[in-house]
Design a protein around this ligand. Sequence first.
Ligand SMILES: C[S@@+](CC[C@H](N)C(=O)[O-])C[C@H]1O[C@@H](n2cnc3c(N)ncnc32)[C@H](O)[C@@H]1O
Length: 277
Amino acid sequence: MQKHLIEDIEVTLLLESIFQRYGYDFRNYAKGSIKRRVYNLLQKTGHHEISELIPRLLYDEVFFGSVLSHFSIPVTEMFRDPSFFTELRRQVFPALKNYPFLKIWHAGCATGEEVYSAAIFLVESGLYERTTIFATDFNDEVLRRAKKASYSLKNLPTFAKNYELAGGFFDFSQYYRVENETMVMNEALRENITFANHNLVTDGVFGEMHLIFCRNVLIYFDKTLQNRVLELLTRSLIDAGFLCLGSKESLIFSSIVKDFKEMDGKERIYQKIVEVA
Ligand SMILES: C[S@@+](CC[C@H](N)C(=O)[O-])C[C@H]1O[C@@H](n2cnc3c(N)ncnc32)[C@H](O)[C@@H]1O
């Protein structure tokens, strides 16, 4: 049997073991990316074969925790893709002003930078007060960091530059204080945010959202899983609600394309079509 075929079987067994033992379902993550992560994990842990990883994963919960973090790739930054935030404020926020209260969901929020970026623009647009924000991820470690809202000062030049490029109204320095070599986001920005564990693959709908961010998460899923998650996001939105995806993600060729109007193809902003009764 060819070596790569055996490796494919071993990866499948590894993902099946994780699912059966812990309920985390990576079976429909994009094969290429999951394999890269498995090989990277082998190198990091000093194991030579995938088959050695499986029993360790099954019996060692602490080890599984580190594997979960390794599989989660929480790469993010404040005002990531600044032009997206410019268009969000220009095209989406005016429509949100029509609602007396707002519910916003950041699905796959990682360490929270995307959430605080949107919160800053909501404050600047006079929308924050009426908004409840749900920020979820399946990785508890990144959620802990997101709640802490404390980021290394090394990131500051990028964050401040992105804010400026996105068209922020003020000086970025007014949104954080410096404490122990970190920038800590203002309390006022955190007031309306609830961080919670939610797994897009195995958990259910978050109802009646006006706006959903699910950016740079679907790229890690295969087509079948992308469609399943997109259907869950669609059911979580009100009619005429907005869905924002990452720059390499799209609704084209998805099972829900007919349910949405493309508001901005470049920035991947979509609006759910109102159902006629
Ligand atoms: C690359 S980060 C994106 C962060 C942010 N949305 C952004 O665009 O900057 C992807 C995040 O998705 C999360 N994620 C991956 N699979 C998930 C799942 N099944 N359910 C919930 N979150 C998931 C990861 O833990 C990670 O924090």
